[in-house]
Design a protein around this ligand. Structure first.
Ligand code: ADP
Ligand code: MG
Length: 330
């Protein structure tokens, strides 16, 4: 029996676990079911809004587990809130589906629920259309008016930090595009890094009011730092030996006989969703204490300088040649 759009919404989206809890309803007096959702914005806050589209076979393999596709779609959006230091509030979801396959929708909806619960970010509306598989999510978050952390705030002398380790998600994508499945013990870690990136929400919120600028790494470390450099009108120098290359990347790239590729991957691979954070020297302690308090590894990787380029320097201060500077669609 064919199912209507309204049945699908009721069964898979307008359900406890995804929609606002009673407590969250104070800020969201109206969710799914009307022409618009309504948000009651506290006067001392700004609303942070961001949207990302994931298209099958561009941003994820079409045959991937729908629960993982859902998690990735929401996680990459939450990562943008993290980079602004915003607290998640709610999201909307536009789904384009080739057909209404209920087992797919069931798994997709359960995948979403995991992140909705973890990050306290309920679903408040959306749209479903027939078409090739794509997922668009718009997230909404709240931030304090006096703690806005943009890409414009970096100044020469500031320090550059990055959270976590780099390269795993990029290596996962390149192995999957070459037809490899990531189910062996030593590639499982890569699979998790790609499909279940951890949006650094607590770190982002902790940095607000301390950092001068921040960005999440979606295009690649050097490419994303390039956005900060451009908007802040500065240069950035990275220390090659300080770059935290993921253990699995070192191991697999080492086995392939070229260690320098591990560094190149860490510098250029997109889809990492770690935060690059710029902080003034005298706020360095405060930043480090924040990271320790929330138990997120943070590594000092470089410095903001006068200039306009992002460079990675070796032990002798010579610039390392970096290939393939980040993903670009066009
Ligand atoms: P309209 O025609 O007024 O745009 P729709 O019929 O598309 O409304 O949707 C009905 C209600 O269901 C709206 O509140 C909309 O936000 C919600 N909705 C539609 N699709 C989704 C979805 N994929 N996830 C969550 N809510 C949805
Ligand atoms: Mg509609």
């Amino acid at each position: 029996m064919p199912v209507s759009e309204f049945d699908l919404i009721r069964t898979y989206f307008n359900k406890p676990g995804l929609i606002p809890t009673q407590e969250q309803s104070a800020r969201i007096p109206l969710g799914i079911g009307d022409d618009c959702a309504l948000i009651d914005l506290p006067p001392e806050k700004l609303l942070a809004v961001s949207m990302d589209t994931l298209i099958a076979d561009v941003h994820f393999p079409a045959k991937a587990d729908p629960a993982l596709i859902a998690q990735r779609a929401l996680a990459v959006n939450l990562s943008d809130l993290a980079a602004m230091g915003a607290e998640p509030l709610a999201f909307t979801l536009a789904l384009s589906l080739p057909k209404a396959e209920e087992s797919w929708l069931q798994a997709f909806s359960l995948g979403l629920e995991t992140l909705v619960q973890t990050y306290h970010c309920p679903l408040i509306g959306g749209d479903i259309t027939k078409g090739s598989l794509s997922i668009t999510i718009q997230v909404h978050g709240l931030l304090n008016k006096d703690e806005v952390m943009t890409r414009k705030g970096a100044k020469p002398g500031d320090l550059v930090y990055v959270s976590g380790e780099l390269g795993s998600a990029g290596l996962a994508l390149s192995l999957m595009s070459n037809g490899m499945s990531l189910d062996k013990p030593d590639t499982k870690e890569l699979h998790v890094a790609y499909f279940q990136p951890e949006p650094r929400i607590s770190l982002g919120q902790g940095c607000a009011g301390i950092a001068s600028a921040a960005i999440d790494i979606s295009d690649g470390l050097m490419a994303d730092l390039g956005h900060i450099a451009k908007q802040s009108d500065v240069g950035i120098e990275l220390d090659a030996k300080a770059i935290p290359i993921a253990r699995a990347v070192k191991k697999i790239m080492g086995a392939m006989g070229d260690r320098s590729k591990g560094l190149n991957l860490a510098l250029t691979a997109g889809d990492e969703y770690e935060l690059a954070i710029i902080v003034a020297e005298d706020r360095r302690e405060a930043l480090q204490q924040t990271a320790v308090a929330i138990n997120v590894p943070l590594t000092l990787i470089g410095r903001v300088v006068k200039g306009s380029r992002v460079k990675c320097l070796d032990n002798n201060g010579h610039e390392i040649e970096v290939k393939n500077l980040g993903y670009q669609h066009f």
